[in-house]
Design a protein around this ligand. Structure first.
Ligand SMILES: O=P(O)(O)OC[C@H]1O[C@H](O[C@H]2O[C@H](CO)[C@@H](O)[C@H](O)[C@H]2O)[C@H](O)[C@@H](O)[C@@H]1O
Length: 285
């Protein structure tokens, strides 16, 4: 954990919420002790890349960090739900978490979801965009310079430049032109630009819906798209003082400060998160 998280769990001001009262700072052990009596009404949310799994050059090769799967398996029976909320497709997430019970999967920023191993449900408003995305992926492979990596995800296309950072400008220019031509939305990420359908769904909306009747929630994320999820927890806490929300950032050199400054607590890495969750399971038993 970073020094920021060692002593106190400092609450940052709410994001764009105006009148939320600051809470008394709590340390991490106290935060779990506050969660424990309401564990049965607690939801634990996790982003995937950069949070549960370390970032690497090849998006198809990443795996959850050590201890993460075991810790999630131990936590699942203790809380109401565990949810993975990711920009990855549900089928990708299922390959890693499908064997775990009590885990819900939200893919493509919530355009797809699957509950407890059930079938994958796709947001109907997004379905007409499948052919457009397939054509866009083909065009990207043809037109982007060598070194850019095109990841086709059925309802979105991610344009990666991690192994060729000098292409960031060219990728962004090309992506912006395509978004304007096709009426798509853009989502920036860690060395990636994503194009997705103009459908109102994001991590914040997913979290807002799932926690409507929850008593507590923790969200763990590393990227700018996760800040909307933090804001959803803060909005819920502002509307209901009995609700207990904790926003946790996983540090990285790319979006680190922006995400960390929106969080209550920063953890050093996905590997450190594995240890942190293992400890959490002891608190919630
Ligand atoms: O919402 P997430 O689960 O965090 O997904 C965000 C993006 O993650 C993946 O890209 C990132 O991880 C790759 C593998 O480590 C890395 O090569 C890339 O630079 C990162 O941006 C995924 O491939 C994307 O589709 C997601 O949008």
């Amino acid at each position: 954990m970073t020094p920021r998280s060692r002593g106190t769990l400092s609450r940052v001001p709410p994001l764009n919420l105006g009148n939320q009262q600051p809470r008394t700072p709590l340390d991490v052990d106290q935060a779990w002790r506050t969660t424990a009596p309401r564990a049965a009404e607690t939801v634990l949310f996790f982003d995937f890349d950069g949070t549960l799994a370390p970032v690497g050059d090849d998006p198809t090769a990443v795996r959850p960090a050590p201890k993460v799967l075991e810790a999630i398996e131990a936590l699942a029976p203790a809380v109401r739900r565990i949810a993975i909320v990711s920009a990855r497709p549900v089928e990708f997430l299922r390959d890693h978490f499908g064997g775990l019970t009590g885990v819900d999967l939200y893919g493509l920023y919530g355009l797809e979801h699957s509950h407890s191993g059930g079938e994958t449900v796709t947001e109907p408003a997004a379905l007409p965009w499948v052919p457009t995305m397939a054509e866009l992926a083909d065009l990207a492979r043809t037109e982007l310079p060598p070194g850019a990596l095109v990841e086709y995800k059925r309802l979105s296309v991610a344009l990666h430049y991690r192994t060729a950072p000098q292409l960031a400008g060219a990728v962004e220019e090309w992506g912006r032109a395509q978004a304007e031509r096709l009426g798509l939305r853009m989502q920036a990420g860690r060395m990636v630009l994503e194009l997705k359908p103009p459908v109102d769904q994001d991590k914040g909306l997913v979290i807002g819906e799932v926690i409507r009747d929850a008593g507590a929630a923790w969200y763990f994320g590393d990227d700018v798209s996760d800040i909307k999820a933090f804001a959803a927890l803060r909005a819920r806490a502002a509307a209901d003082p009995a609700f207990y929300g904790v926003c946790v950032a996983v540090a990285n050199p790319e979006t680190g400060e922006e995400v960390a400054s929106a969080a209550d607590l920063t953890i050093d890495s996905p590997a450190a998160l594995g240890d942190f969750l293992t400890q959490a399971a002891h608190h919630l038993r």
